[in-house]
Each structure stands twice: as C-alpha cells, then as structure tokens.
Design a protein around this ligand. Structure first.
Ligand code: ADP
Ligand code: MG
Length: 263
C-alpha cells in the first residue's frame, strides 16, 4: 500500500473481557489491541474458546468490554450501529419473511422508503445470485442459499464494516469454497472493511490481507501475519509457493495453541 495513507477504521484498544461463571470469574480476552484499516480484510483464527466471538460481539456493540475501548471512525462504540453489519454462522433469517423481505428488513429500520428498499434489496439478491428465489421462504432454501441471503441482507444496509463470525462454518466444503469466492469478488469490488472469523486457516488466508492469530484462553493476539498475495485471488492461489509458506507458518502457530487448549 506504498504511498497510500490508510485510515484506521476500527480501533481495538486494550480490550479485556471477563465473564462471571459458576466457577468464578473467567477472563475471555486479556488485553487485545488491533487497528483495522479502512477497506482492509482481516481474518482471525485461533482455537475454539479463545475469545474470537467475544471480540466480534464487542466490536458489533452486542456485548460490552470489561475494560478497554473500541472505536469505529474515531467514535467510541457504545452499542450496535448500522455502519457495522454482522453475519453469524447461523443464518438468523426471519422464517416468516421471504428472501426479499428479509433483505429489505434493515432498510425499513433505516427509514428508506419501500420503492427504494425494493430496488436495493434486489440489487444485493442478484449479487448473491438468488434472483429466482426472491419470493421464497428460508425453509425452502439450502444452507448455502440461506447464508447468501444473510450476506445480501448485511450488504443491503450499506455498512462500512462487515463483521463475520464463521459465516461459512456450517456449510459443506464445496458450497463453502463457492461462497469464499463470491465474498472475494464482492470485496474486490466494494472494498468494505471486513473482520472475518474462521477456524479454517485456508479460508483465513485466501480472503485476507492480514491474518490475526489468537492465543488460547485467555485470548490475546499472538501474531499478525501479512498476506502479501495480490488480488484477484482464486482457488489456484492456494498452489503458489508464497501461499504455501504462509499457510505452513500460520498452521504451526495455530496448532501450538490447539495443544495449549488440550493440556
Ligand atoms: N456469555 C458468556 N458467559 C460466560 N462465558 C462465556 C460467555 N460467552 C463466552 N464465554 C466463554 O468465553 C470464552 C470465549 O468464548 P468465545 O468468544 O465464544 O470463543 P471462540 O469464538 O473463540 O470459540 C469461552 O471459554 C466461552 O465459554
Ligand atoms: Mg466463536
């Protein structure tokens, strides 16, 4: 990015999160610092229970840090906001609404009139290739299609940051690869700031400009790895020498943390 000044979009400043459990206080995040740059795609990997979702929920404003702060565009995050869109692993669609109504839902909340909402919804439904299913209900769709609707819905409200928590985690390998490519294409076009959690090292690398590796609980950032592989990327990128080197490195780091968890 030589010569280009890039703004910090999301600033995570010494975030600590403690939970009160039946066994007493448990530290889930132990001082996390991270600057996510404007238009950047950051992936986060780490063993189960290391606090990835906890961190995403704090950035989303769905949960409050015990100490430390998160800023978005320089403003302290104090709750949810339409500039931060979230996609979860479970599709979280309204079962009683059609695909189109699901995608329009957030637009209504933003105060956009019906006609315009309809146009915007169809634009994003086309983006995820579901035009023929606009009037179908979620129960009539496969898992991959439902997740496409969730992505269209997140994009439709035009957030400047997309927070995704293992969005493809419940999908079969082929659908998952397909959605990774779609997300890549979308990001290459729209360049929204993305914070993408996954436990799949390949998925983390193929999508991101930087991969954040978290340590086993209590979660901290162990290492941040630059993925200096040019876009556009596709599945063949995985065959390149640079990719393989990055993958080996990240995989070793993550594996060490898995071993920590099993101790
Ligand atoms: N609401 C909660 N109350 C108590 N403990 C929680 C809560 N949410 C998460 N935890 C605990 O915090 C740790 C981190 O959880 P989480 O962020 O979901 O991890 P990850 O997403 O990396 O798998 C886990 O040990 C989990 O059990
Ligand atoms: Mg999680």
């Amino acid at each position: 990015m030589a010569g280009k000044e890039r703004n910090v979009k999301v600033k995570i400043d010494n975030v600590v999160k403690k939970f009160n459990t039946r066994k007493g206080e448990m530290t889930a995040l132990n001082g996390v610092d991270l600057d996510i740059l404007e238009n950047e795609f950051v992936s986060v990997v780490g063993p189960s229970g290391c606090g990835k979702s906890t961190l995403l929920n704090i950035i989303a404003g769905l949960s409050e840090a015990t100490s430390g702060k998160v800023y978005c565009d320089g403003h302290e995050v104090k709750g949810t906001g339409t500039e931060r869109g979230v996609v979860f692993q479970q599709y979280a669609l309204f079962p009683w609404l059609t695909v189109k109504k699901n995608v329009e839902f957030g637009l209504g909340i933003k105060g956009i009139n019906k006609e315009e909402a309809s146009e915007i919804a169809m634009k994003y439904i086309r983006m995820v290739d579901l035009e023929d299913f606009a009037n179908h209900y979620p129960k009539e769709l496969s898992g991959g299609m439902k997740q496409r609707v969730a992505i269209a819905r997140a994009y439709a409200v035009n957030p400047s940051v997309l927070l995704m928590d293992e969005p493809f985690g419940a999908l079969d390998a082929q659908t998952r690869t397909q959605l990774q490519e779609e997300l890549l294409h979308t990001w290459e076009k729209e360049k929204k700031t993305c914070f993408f959690i996954t436990h799949d090292v390949d998925e983390a690398i193929i999508l991101a400009q930087r991969v954040v590796i978290m340590s086993a609980r209590p979660g901290r950032i162990k290492e941040i790895v630059d993925v200096d592989i040019p876009y556009p990327r596709n599945q063949e990128t995985k065959l390149t020498q640079e990719y393989i080197e990055i993958k080996n490195h990240i995989w070793k780091q993550v594996y060490q943390e898995y071993l920590e968890v099993r101790k």
